[in-house]
Write a new protein. Structure first.
Length: 282
């Protein structure tokens, strides 16, 4: 009798634990990095403040795919216009709407796109996914549809056609504003500002038992994160703000190992990679 009671108690204790495990598995996002092109031999000094010399790095263009039982989310959506491929001599280019097929995703299945910033190689691809809501910081949108093009404004890296595309998304009701720092954009994904790669760039934390921060260009390379060195001063509106953001990303992730930079080829070496898709978290 004693044995049976113990078993019974064990079972009672086990049921909610199983339920919790089940819930977490369903809600927690898998995280994958998809390369859709590469640029060979860019000066490292382009990415890291204070780097001198001619050391080169081959950089990938990356789309981040986050999936759970309810949603298929992209963090950044790449680019597709040929003029940029020519300008940067991009190798092995695949349009982002085709590149997601490497991870088994059809463009129409993407439910949400969180855009880190308006630069051509991150924002442009958002125009390729017909059913997605597109999330961007309100201040980023307001600046690049307005003041950036006025005297004294800074429109570097912004494609006018993308600005028109984003205005159209807004008129269609598919553009959604993220308003400021530490906002839960979608359940389980928080957005943060302060990287200042552009006027109001954002980075995200994908929640979970072991949270992962996706920096986009607020940190280009693992070097920026691991040495807490900001991106090149020409690639940020504020070196100080960028430096602080990198420190904060590490805190938000709980480990320097769980902060993913925007353009580091080592993403596809440090994590299990099949073809052009690296699995950061199953
Ligand atoms: Zn950028």
């Amino acid at each position: 009798m004693q044995y049976k009671v113990t078993n019974f108690i064990a079972l009672i204790l086990l049921i909610p634990m199983l339920f919790v495990a089940e819930t977490r598995a369903g809600d927690e996002y898998s995280i994958r990095a998809i390369s859709f092109g590469e640029v060979k031999g860019v000066n490292r000094s382009f990415f890291v403040e204070g780097e001198a010399g001619e050391d080169k790095v081959d950089i990938p263009f990356v789309i981040w795919l986050l999936q759970n039982k309810d949603r298929t989310v992209l963090f950044d959506a790449g680019y597709f216009r040929e003029s940029w491929t020519k300008q940067w001599n991009t190798q092995n280019f695949v349009s982002p709407d085709k590149a997601v097929a490497n991870a088994g995703v059809k463009p129409e299945e993407v439910t949400d796109i969180i855009v880190s910033h308006m630069h051509w190689d991150h924002a442009q691809g958002a125009l390729l996914f017909p059913n997605a809501n597109v999330w961007i910081q309100e201040d980023e949108y307001v600046y690049y549809t307005g003041g950036a093009w006025q005297e004294g404004g800074n429109s570097g890296g912004i494609d006018k056609r993308d600005v028109e595309g984003f205005v159209k998304l807004n008129l269609e009701g598919r553009l959604k504003f993220v308003k400021g720092d530490n906002v839960e954009v979608i359940k389980g994904i928080h957005a943060y500002t302060g990287g200042k790669h552009t006027f109001q760039s954002q980075y995200i934390r994908v929640d979970g038992k072991e949270p992962v921060v996706l920096a986009s260009d607020n940190a280009y390379l693992f070097q920026n994160i691991e040495t807490q060195t900001p991106i090149n001063k020409n690639a940020t509106f504020s070196l100080l703000s960028n430096r602080k953001a990198i420190k904060r990303m590490i805190e938000l992730a709980g480990s320097v190992k769980r902060v993913m930079p925007g353009h580091d080829p080592a993403i596809f070496e440090r994590f299990p990679t099949k073809g052009r898709v690296a699995t950061i978290r199953e």
